[in-house]
Ligand binder design. Structure first.
Ligand SMILES: Nc1ncnc2c1ncn2[C@@H]1O[C@H](COP(=O)(O)OP(=O)(O)O)[C@@H](O)[C@H]1O
Ligand SMILES: [Mg+2]
Length: 260
């Protein structure tokens, strides 16, 4: 069942009604809901502003976020990534990447605030990557725990991940990817931090990098370590697929030189 502004409004009313009827907050918590009240309010705002016109089914349901296929008022396909505000395990992991990044200050220890900061971080990382010509889903907007971006795929079917689909010209694909890593490092001053065949989509035979929540600024104390891990992942993956890859040191130097 898809979502539009009327359904969001109905859900908000239902919750309001229950809140009035059941004062016992424990009982309230047990009612199963797809979205909590604040997420519904955020969606309402996005529908109201026409950023979203309709939101279809879940494309992917992870333990930290769900990704939905949606459309805006003009019929353009969008992906809506909604971070779940209920996973505290996740919260601890997030802090590692936020603390130490000069761009982001977490002002409270509240889970919701941390997740909002995380979503903003993913959005701003996507903007930086996009602006230096790295192929990522074009970022549209972020509000609270909801990130709206270009949908990478056709008719609600996401493009395959690199782990599931081997591009036809794998040598060229590898070259383009390494160029993206270098552009990210030298021009956007970012390290992806979770780069692997799980976070690379293959769209029209070309790479699209996704999942930038954990990406860090070069000033972050973990930046170098994460870069080494990212590059290692790529070298391992592509050499297993028969690509003649440079050794790690050579690849790292090449990435940092930024000569494309
Ligand atoms: N912009 C997008 N367009 C289409 N599908 C997407 C998009 N972003 C994510 N997805 C799908 O959702 C999955 C999870 O997204 P990702 O950002 O990697 O979140 P997670 O943190 O759950 O790994 C991806 O593997 C992909 O299949
Ligand atoms: Mg991912």
């Amino acid at each position: 069942m898809s979502w539009d502004i009327d359904r969001v409004r109905d859900e908000l009313h239902k919750i309001d009604y229950r809140r009035k009827k059941i004062k016992d907050s424990d009982m309230f918590e047990t009612v199963e809901e797809v979205f909590d009240y604040s997420t519904l309010m955020i969606l309402y705002d996005l529908f109201n502003r026409g950023v979203l016109q309709v939101m279809y089914g879940v494309v992917n349901s992870g333990k930290e976020a769900r990704v939905y296929w949606a459309r805006d008022r003009s019929g353009l396909d969008l992906a809506v990534k909604i971070y779940l505000t209920s996973t505290s395990e996740f919260r601890r992991g997030m802090m590692t990447y936020i603390v130490g990044d000069p761009r982001f200050k977490v002002t409270s220890g509240k889970t919701r605030d941390i997740i909002y900061t995380w979503a903003r971080k993913e959005y701003s990382n996507l903007v930086k990557a996009y602006n230096v010509g790295v192929r990522v889903p074009k970022p549209i907007t972020v509000k609270g725990n909801v990130l709206v971006m270009e949908f990478v795929g056709v008719n609600g079917v996401p493009a395959p991940l690199l782990k599931d689909y081997t591009p036809t010209d794998i040598n060229e694909f590898f070259k383009v990817l390494m160029d993206y890593v270098s552009k990210l490092y030298c021009k956007a001053r970012l390290v992806h931090g979770d780069l692997s065949e799980y976070n690379i989509m293959v769209f029209n035979e070309s790479p699209v990098l996704i999942d930038f929540g954990q990406a860090v600024d070069l000033a972050h104390p973990l930046a170098e370590e994460l870069l080494v891990r990212d590059v290692k992942n790529l070298l391992n993956f592509f050499s297993r697929r028969g690509v003649e890859t440079p050794d790690l040191e050579e690849a790292l130097q090449w990435v940092k030189r930024g000569e494309g």
